[in-house]
Design a binder for this molecule. Structure first.
Ligand code: PGA
Length: 253
């Protein structure tokens, strides 16, 4: 089977002011120049306050916009929260959901994540649904079981018909921001397993076409090898996406 088109996504976490976000995004666009993006999509996920100016800055470029989180309700008395339609209004195509930092620091449960994925899809936003095991879960050989549970719970009752409605990101918690990347063998084993599970939950067509990204200390030095793996369809990049030069090197890898 031909390689699926790649998605290279930058997760800027809680970095950069609105102006800094728009500036860095433009720098990335200009460094990419006329680099061929026909089989690669580039997405940037700035903080909520950076979304609108960054979306405006990227309007005439091929780079797409994503948010890092959202709430599942459409509107109402939810002080401090942001809805899917607000993200759409800022020009978002994607929304990262269930990042391990949301799960760990903000106690997000599989149930909450499930509601967010469902609301995102209903609003035609593509969720980048993150899953990953901790170091101790890997050491205890629980990786595949943990991911199985996260994915089944996260997608419970959610209907997906095409490959473009959902993206999955495998991000081992122990590899995020640590400089410690999973080995190509570990990544391929997990991604293959996730694809098999998607086939069981949905069907062969969705499984063959869905994008499964890898995230966790991706940098220019390891991106080419990881992205060449059969079941890896892109990368979710944190630290190395903050600098235009580093990120464009990964995109071109
Ligand atoms: P990292 O983060 O690239 O800095 O490891 C990845 C992520 O959290 O998405």
């Amino acid at each position: 089977m031909a390689k699926r088109n790649l998605l290279i996504a930058g997760n800027w976490k809680m970095h950069k002011t609105p102006d800094e976000s728009a500036e860095e995004a433009l720098k990335i666009a200009s460094m990419l120049g006329d680099f061929d993006l026909s089989n690669k999509e580039v997405m940037i996920a700035p903080s909520f306050t950076g979304l609108y100016p960054t979306g405006e800055a990227l309007k005439d470029t091929k780079i797409t916009l994503g948010a890092q989180n959202m709430y599942y309700e459409e509107k109402g008395a939810y002080t401090g929260e942001i809805s899917a339609s607000m993200l759409k209004g800022c020009g978002c195509r994607y929304v990262i959901i269930g990042h391990s930092e949301r799960r760990q620091v903000f106690n997000e449960s599989d149930e909450l994540i499930n509601k967010k994925i469902s609301a995102a899809i209903s609003n035609s936003l593509i969720p980048v649904f993150c899953v990953g095991e901790t170091k101790s879960e890997r050491n205890e050989n629980k990786t595949l079981n943990v991911l199985d549970k996260q994915i089944k719970n996260g997608l419970k009752g959610i209907f997906v018909s095409g490959s473009n409605e959902l993206v999955i990101a495998y991000e081992p918690v122990w590899a995020i921001g640590t400089g410690d990347t999973a080995t190509p063998d570990q990544v391929e084993e997990v991604h293959k397993n996730i694809r098999g599970l998607i086939e069981k939950i949905y069907n062969k067509n969705v499984a063959e076409n869905i994008k499964i990204l890898y995230g966790g200390s991706v940098k220019s030095g390891n991106a080419a090898e990881l992205l060449s793996l059969d079941n890896v369809d892109g990368a979710l990049v944190g630290g190395a996406s903050l600098d235009a030069k580093d990120f464009t090197e990964i995109i071109k890898a």
